[in-house]
Structures are given as structure tokens and as C-alpha cells.
Design a binder for this molecule. Sequence first.
Ligand code: ZN
Ligand code: ZN
Length: 942
Amino acid sequence: MYLIVAEKNISAHRIAQILAGGHNLVEKKDAGVSAYSFDDTTTVGLRGHVVEVDFEPGYENWRSEKYTPRSLIDAHTIKVPTEKRIVALLQKLARQADRVTIATDFDTEGELIGKEAYELVRAVNNKVKIDRARFSAITPQEIRSAFANTTDLDFALAAAGEARQSIDLMWGASLTRFISLAAKRGGNNILSVGRVQSPTLSMIVDREKEIEKFVPEKYWQLGLVTEKTGEPVEARHTNGRFKDQKVAELARDRTREPLVVTEVREGTKQDRSPSPFDTTTYIVAAARLGFSAANAMRIAEELYMNGYISYPRTDNTVYPASLDLNGVLATIRNSPFKKDVEWIIAHRRTEPTRGKKSSTDHPPIYPTGVATREGIGDDAFRIYELVLRRFLATLAPDALWQTIKVNFDAGGETYTTTGGRLLEPGWHTVYPFSEAKETILPAFVTGERLPIRKVNLDEKETLPPARYTQSKLIQRMEELGLGTKSTRHEVIARLVSRKYIEGNPLRPTLVGRVVTEALEQNADTITKPEMTQTIESHMQQIKENKRTRDDVIAESRSMLHKAFDQLEANELVIGNDIRDRTAEELNLGRCPACGGTLAIKHMRGSTQFIGCSRYPECTFNIGLPATQWGWAVRTDDVCDKHHLHYVRLVRKGARPWDIGCPLCHHISSNAESLTEIPSMDEALLEKARSRHIYTVAEIARSEPDSLAKTLDLPLEKAQKLKGEAGEVLGKLRRRSECRKFMRNHLIPRKGRSYAKIMDTLRQVGVTDLAGLARASPTTLQQAGIGESEARDLLAEARITYNGQLLKGTGIPAVSLKKYMVAGVAGPEDFLALGPENLAQLTGMSSGTVNRHVALVCGYLHRPIPVTVPKPKLAKGRKELLSVKGLTATTADKLMRAGIINGDLLVAADAKKLAAATGIDEEKIRAYQAMMKKKQDTAIIRI
Ligand SMILES: [Zn+2]
Ligand SMILES: [Zn+2]
């Protein structure tokens, strides 16, 4: 069998389709992983890396004394499968193979993925012949030629990839641990540091500092407006920027009519066609169309794997001689851009344009297939069009501009204006994405005298350097040799997800800045691009077989050890510095209750809230949604009324949720529930707020006397208020439980909101699960729920509600489950069926079932059914009466409440039992204790 290993499932499928030609292609799935077969050939796709490099066991514990952050530098690494099912299938097929071709992507990363596959194959089959197919586009022509000319795996290239992997792991893991531990951060809060990431972040921080340090300078610009054949024409003073206001004003005052044309200079300017796309220029062009770098790369990769464009990770801006440009034109002639392709065929330049970078691995990005908008969707089609038009533009003739420069004199002051007209549009015909604009001037003649309609002197200020946009940053990273064409956009995305940078253009967050500055001051090799550049040049040397992987890794280790010498010496300073400065970012302002500091607190798990620095003396706090809804951060906005910073919840891949002033939000979101307390009138509400009581729960939880004091109420009234608040709180809890139930059981649908449904239901009195269980299907339909959906929802509600009731009876969960499975929906059902049937349905013993029946009877305050055998009842009664002081009347009361023997008495909830029987709770507790003691001694006797 001939086995072909591709980088992804989708490329495995396409390669199989191409190589199968007209033969029958069969897809087979093994544990969910597809393989494609024809004749004696099978293709299988990986998922990029299917193994991962990690430290050997022992290094997981961050706080280990033995395995310090520094020890990670020299730690041994192992390869662990991450895609076990793919690895299993690959090895299963490899055992049967007599030839294997690795057909992963053609670059360093692809070579490394290929080598991983090679090792997996060799591990199970040490004789099979393994070769490598290299291609830059998944098109029939490229694929057939690559498989007809297979070569060997490039182990030097793969070794460069491996070295990068090891070095990145070593730097990232050891430094991240060191900094996080120094700053006493863990969990979600770790401070990540990385070989490429940190110098990139440092560039953004440096730019921000330049902007802050920037002192704007004033300058003045002088211009005038004249008129020719009824058209206004603007001209500017030849002095450009005036630094001195007086000089500018003097020039303005001297400017007077007539405006004399002193010179008209005409010329032409060549406007060269753009050069072919490499990854960076492609990302920049896609950014102009509104695509983020990560998005642009994701779409391009999809287009590549589907055979629409060539491999998008490339540093090359020169078409190789082997690329059949005529063939490409012939292919895309069938695309929706036929007219443009034909225009190029008719007007083609002799040689395509070329950029400055020529490399041998991949050609620049060019279209390889025909896509339609309907076939691939809007966004992908816009990217396809961009790549296709760029390709056409590189074959199009240069454009030609006519340029005109007109000089004027006005009372000795000189002015000038320029215009441009596109004489030959050339490449602009097929590439509308550039910003070339025509400025057409009327015809002027030397010596001509013109009027002056207006003279403008504008005061302006110099501007600070601009923040980086994503595409600008990628360009700069490339210039500095930071990262590779494949990783740059990922590094930026990681900085955003680590909350080190935000916005577009990019700004550092406070944490991003603090971490960068701490590293810069203590071990600047980590934040300077030089170290990363050195490592990149070492990678190149490995590829060229001039150095070995181990040699390069060893050198990197010693660089990192040097950095650790500095870092460990300053550990305390670094840690304190980061802690002090980042604490500030969570402070929101003064606590309204006590004047302490309110701050966002992130707890273990997903809890976050706003609390006071004087806790526990001050318990003022504001709840926040759990971190699944977003990580709470403060923004620069401050509430006018409460002087608190606004709060925002940020979540990866989602629009941030702006809460605004947390106190305003707290007050408004609790306003409605507070007014549900019957004795809460407007005046009392006002008073409560002025004493910083904002929620029903606070009132329900406070002690009546302290509540009376705080709100200047008589104790009686405070007691009443507290009681009412307790009831409202219960209602609120039940309501939110009902809302949660709806959310879990109603499928989200466009145009329908849970809040709206709950609102309509509330109007007819359905506010909780009990009400819902009793509701009719029509009621639900009126609230906008479909007929069959309403029926299902009601059934679910009844099961859930009755299940809760049953649970309230005290039946253990294991038995409860058996009843539910048997279809017993609630306490009423339970009694209606009777113990015999229940025992049969569930397979439990009748003794157990009887005990449960007694529990349910007690819960519903019903007499115990006679199905309990009389002798048993008599025995139980005797047992109860054996307790000292328990009278016959009490025993009967207990029996009626379902407590028919000593066991049940011990197991009962004293409070509930007191309510059901009217016996004093304390007394019940005493009986329970005595019964327990009796039973215990009985057990010991046995
Ligand atoms: Zn406080
Ligand atoms: Zn406010």
C-alpha cells in the first residue's frame, strides 16, 4: 500500500482527488479520522502538529523547590501525542505501507510536522521507504509534478524548526514562571513572557512612551484661494511651515493682488505597477479592506487548502522562472474577473514586476483556481479578488501621470499649487485598491493675473508619532527580524489575549507596560530584538547545515542563564514593583460606605466582585457576573456622580461588555426588586440608598436592631422590613431559577428574548418553576413559545419541579433517581402508585419503598397509607414510646406526620417536623438525641 501523509484533512482529501484522476475515491473513517483511498493508494491528513514538546514529568508544579523556574532551562523535553486518534490511524496505516510520501506544507513548520510524521511511521515500520513531496499550490499541475519528483525529507530544515520549538518553550516557560512567581500571580493571572512576544510588546510600550513624552509645537500655514474660469483653486505659500507667528503674519499681510502666474511646469511621472504579494504586503493590503491580520491569514489558508490561491506564508516577492504565468492567466480567465484577465492578456507588460526579496521555497501569493462569491462566501471572495487583482496588476503596464506645478507671486510672496491627471491608467485599471487620486487643475498661462478670493493663516500643532496598527506592527516586526511570516500575526493575537495590549491602533495596558518595564530594567536582553535576531540567524545556519540543532540550543541556554543571573538577583524588587503598580489597575475609587478603596477582586474559580479595602470592618461590595462573561477591568472613564472608574468585562473573541459605573449599575439593577418590598416607600428607599443599602439581600441579612439604627426606624418596623425582604429574596431566587430553567430548555432563536418571555409570563402570574409547572400550554403560547415546544417545556418543568419536591422529602438521591427513571414525576404520583407498584417498578425492596412512602406522607402532611403492615406500625409506635418523656399523644402526632419508627425520627429535619406536627422543635431535638443514643447502645450490644 502507498501511504500519503498531508498536513490537514482537507488537503489530504484534495490531493487524493487530484491523484485519483478518474478512479473511484473511497473515504473511510477510523475513530472519526478520515482516510481517502483509490487503487493501492491511501491519503491521510494530520492536524498540523500531532505531537507536542513538553518537559518531562516533575516540572508541572510551579512552586516546587527542586524544579525552580531556572531549572526549566536545562530540563529534558519529551514529545507527547496531542492528537491520539490521528496518531493511531497513521501508525496503523504505516504498518501496512510499502511506501510513504510526506506531503505537508512546504516551509520550516511543514518540514517539522513532516519529520514528526516520519518518526511516528518509523516507530512502527523501520523498513518502509519514506520520501517527501513539495508543492506551493494544491492544483492538479503542481500536485502531479510534486509527486512525480519526490525528494528526501530535509532534516536540516526540520532541525531548525525543532530548535525554534525547544528554545521558545524554554524561554517562555522559565521566564513566565519566574515573573509570575515573583509577582505572586497564578491561575488566570499569570504574566506570560516570550522570546518574540516580549520584544514586540516592548515596541508598543516604547511607542506609547514617545507619545506621552511628545510636546506638540505650534506652526502656521499660509494659503490662498484664487479663481480660474469660475473654479476655486487653492495654493500654498512656498515657505511651508512657519515656525514664527510674526513672520507668518507679515507674509500674510504682504500678500496682495494681483496674483501673477510666474511659471507653469508640466511633466509626466511613471507610476510603477505593484510587486507580487508576500505575506506581509498581503496582510497590509487586506488590512486596508478591513481584515485583521489573524483573519486575513485564516482566510488565505482556507483558500490555499481549497486550491484557490498558492501557499500564503511566503517571503518571496519575485515570481520564479518555473511559474507558468500564461497557465495562471488561462485558469483565472474562467473566473468572475474574465474581462480584467482579458484586458491584461491584451496589454501585458513584457516582464512581471519584481520585489526586493527573492527566496527559493515558495513563489509569491497568486491565484491558482476559480472561485465564485456563491461558492466561498463574501469575505473569502473579497480576499480571493484581492489576490487575483494583485496578480493581474503585477502583469499590467505602469501607469502614467501628467503632473502640473504652477508658481505664483502675490506682492512678493510666492505661492504654489500642483495637480495630477492620470494619462494612462495602466495597472489601476485592474487594481482599484490603491489610493491614487487625480487633482485636475485648469490651464494656467505664465504672466496671467488672477484675483485673490481669500488668504488663510492656520495655526496648527505637530502631531505625536502614530500608534501601531496591526499591519504596521507586522511590517516593523519583519524589518527587525522578529518572528516569522507564519508566527507574527499569532504573536499579536497572543498579546491581546494576555491583556497586554488593546484597541486598534494598539495600546499597551498597564500590566503590559509594567511587565515590560520590569524586564527592561533588570534583564533587557529579553525585551530587545537583538537576541531574537541572533536566534533567527542561528536557525538559518542550521538550515544550511553550518551548525547543529543541539549546538544552537546550548548557546540559547547560556543566553538565558545570563538573563536569569540578573533576574534572580533582583527578584524581590521586580516582584514588588509589578505588584505595586498593577494593584492600581484594579482600584475603582473611594468606597461610598467608609471612604476606603473599592477594587475589583478576582477570586479562585470564576468569581469576581468589587470589594472594599477595609474589609472586614466594611462589608460594602458589588457583585459582578462570573468570569465566563468576561474578565472585569477598569476603564479610564469615571462616573461624575460617584467618582468611580467604569468597569468593562473583556472576553477573548467577543465584544467587551461595558458595565459603566459599577455603583450606578448596581443601583439601577436592584431598584425594581427593592420596590417589591411592601413597606419600602420612596422616602425609605431614598434613605436606604443614602446609608449605602442597595439590595434586598442586604436588608434580609441585617440584624433588626442594626437595621433600625441605620434607617432610623422603630424596631418593630425594622423587623417587618427584614421579614418582607426575606420573602422578596425567596421570590427573586425562585424567579432567577425559573429564568435559568428557561434558558436551559428553550433553544435560542433570533428575535426572541428570555426577558420578554418572562415578562409576559409574569403578567399572568407565572414567576417561578412552581407556577410554570401549573401553567397551561396556551399561556406559554401567548408568551411566544411554539405549540410543541410549549408542551415539551411544560413536561420538563413538571419533572424538574416535582423532582425538587421529592428531593425535599428527604429521599436519598440514589433512590430518587430510580423513581424518576421509573416515571414517578412527583409526590402525588408517588402516593397514587402505592408501595407495591413502586417496589415493582424500581426493583427496590418493599421495606425501603415503605420508608420512602412514609417520608413523602410526612412531607405532604398526609396519613400514612394502610399498606404499612399493622404489626410494623405497632412495633414502631412502641419504639417511639420507649423514649423517656414521649407521650402517646406525641407518638400519634409523629405517626401522622410519617415518623413511624425510631430510624425515621432520627433522620427527620427537626424544624420541618416541628412545623408539621406542632411539637416544640427543642423537644423534637431532645427526642432525636435520646433515640440516637438508644440505637447506638443497641448496636454496641450486638
Ligand atoms: Zn468600605
Ligand atoms: Zn455612578
